[in-house]
Design a protein around this ligand. Structure first.
Ligand code: UD1
Length: 432
């Protein structure tokens, strides 16, 4: 039997949970670490599947990877063979493989990486990345499922991004930080992880200003040195547990977070009637009564994050009244709706809009995780449902959540990862 989560719903989740490092910051930070021949000591790294796949691929082209423990690593890019092709069995499946293009192009002026995959949440073009590399003087070709970038000289440039892209902003920032001269990126993404990568590059010796605003200015350097760095907390993992409190009418203190990064989520939860209290590095969410409906549109930061859309949807689908969610970043991000419908939700999808009519309760069902965030959302819906829910395809969830079931168990959630029919039946017997 394939691994799955089995969940018995009904308990409010109560207690404290400690959030790990941000996956979407850690991926580009780790990739950027190969840009120095010195040593980068990185901690607060999440021990999730996407990170482990990237580290293996980096090792495959000669990077030195010394895992100190689950959440700490020392990386050196000294042994890298720049003509090496970034590939392995799994790297094609992760989006962030493309960060090695910017990192290697900056350092060696050439890179060869298999084309990225990632969650199937819509068409995910890389035209803005390519536009940026070309503006810096690189020749970019795509052949046999591989992207190749090469430059005689990488030179600073003025780049206007046609769409706000996290990946393209970070990739161009990396390459430009070791180009000759100055680069300006306009209409840059402002996500906290863009700022984190800029801080990391600056810690290695880059000169990047303006990250976190629309305009990023980079003064190219010749080479980088050593660095010690701690990854920022994961905004989306935190947001997921915040909604878990709201959905299960619980009381969760989410620790080791930067509350500022969670503002759009806190604001929506407050608007629908949850109590959100901010502390220096924690947020407490309490829900005691049935929540109210609202309207949400996903937008680039500081707007409401698309990666929190499914978790908010499962919250609103139990709220009283009609809510509307508009997904404006990815066009295929409602694939969980069919699954949630099997649990009793009433959701109608029309194009990029979901019309949600709140129901009083979910009923446990067998569902399948369609992607990373929606997978986590379905598990939490299960924790709020009457009876038993089974969630399969949980490999998606492990791409981005560390010790997910353990953290939920710590909050009183009745959840177990099972691998055999016997384990499944045993859990069901125990909880019934
Ligand atoms: C990153 C995150 C992902 C999150 C997303 C938006 C990682 C590994 N993944 O993805 O979890 O959902 O940001 O916050 O960090 N686009 C183009 N051309 C490009 C690049 C992007 O048209 O060259 C479009 C995309 O199709 C999408 C939008 O721009 O509609 C935003 O994408 P982008 O910010 O690049 O997302 P990712 O970096 O892929």
């Amino acid at each position: 039997m394939e691994q799955k989560y089995v969940v018995k719903g009904g308990n409010p989740l109560v207690g404290e949970v400690v959030i790990g490092g941000a996956k979407n910051a850690a991926l580009p930070v780790l990739a950027a670490a190969v840009m120095t021949d010195g040593c980068c000591h990185i901690d607060n790294m999440p021990n999730v599947r996407d990170i482990n796949v990237l580290l293996q691929a980096m090792e495959g082209i000669g990077a030195g990877i010394n895992r100190i423990n689950d959440n700490e690593v020392v990386i050196t890019g000294k042994g890298i063979k720049p003509e090496g092709i970034v590939d392995n069995e799994f790297i094609r499946k992760i989006r962030a493989s493309y960060y090695l293009i910017g990192a290697l192009l900056g350092k060696y002026k050439k890179a060869q990486v298999v084309l990225p995959g990632g969650c199937a949440i819509g068409a995910r073009p890389i035209d803005q990345h390519i536009k940026g590399f070309e503006a810096l003087g690189a020749k970019v070709t795509i052949e046999h499922g591989m992207i190749k970038a090469e430059a005689d000289h990488l030179v600073g440039s003025h780049i206007y991004m046609d769409v706000v892209s996290v990946g393209a902003t970070i990739n161009i920032m990396m390459a430009a930080s070791l180009a000759d001269g100055n680069t300006v990126i306009e209409n840059a993404a402002k996500e906290p992880h863009v700022v984190d990568v800029a801080n990391f590059l600056n810690c290695m010796g880059a000169d990047i200003r303006g990250a976190g605003t629309d305009v990023i200015r980079i003064n190219g350097k010749k080479a980088f040195g050593n660095c010690e760095y701690s990854i920022i907390p994961d905004q989306i993992e935190a947001g997921t547990f915040m909604t878990a409190a709201a959905v299960t009418k619980g009381d969760i203190t989410v620790k080791n977070v930067i509350p500022k990064h969670l503002e759009s989520i806190s604001a929506k939860l407050t608007e629908i009637g949850a109590e959100v209290t901010e502390f220096d590095d924690a947020v407490r969410v309490v829900a005691t009564k049935r929540l109210k409906p609202t309207q949400i549109k996903t937008l680039p930061y500081p707007g409401f994050p698309t990666d929190m859309q499914p978790q908010m949807a499962i919250t609103l689908a139990l709220s009283e009244g009609i809510s509307m969610i508009t997904e404006s970043i990815f066009e295929n991000r409602f694939r969980y709706v069919d699954e949630l419908t099997r649990m009793g939700a009433k959701i109608q999808v029309e194009g990029n809009t979901a019309l949600i009519t709140g129901v009083e309760k979910y009923t446990g069902a067998e569902v399948s995780a369609p992607d990373l965030r929606a997978g986590a959302a379905l598990v939490i819906a299960g924790l709020a449902a009457d009876g038993i829910t089974q969630v399969d395809s949980i490999g998606f969830i492990h791409r981005g959540y560390e010790r997910f079931e353990e953290k939920l168990q710590g909050l009183g959630g009745q959840i177990q990862l099972v691998e055999t029919e016997k384990e499944l039946q045993k859990f069901i017997l125990q909880v019934s």
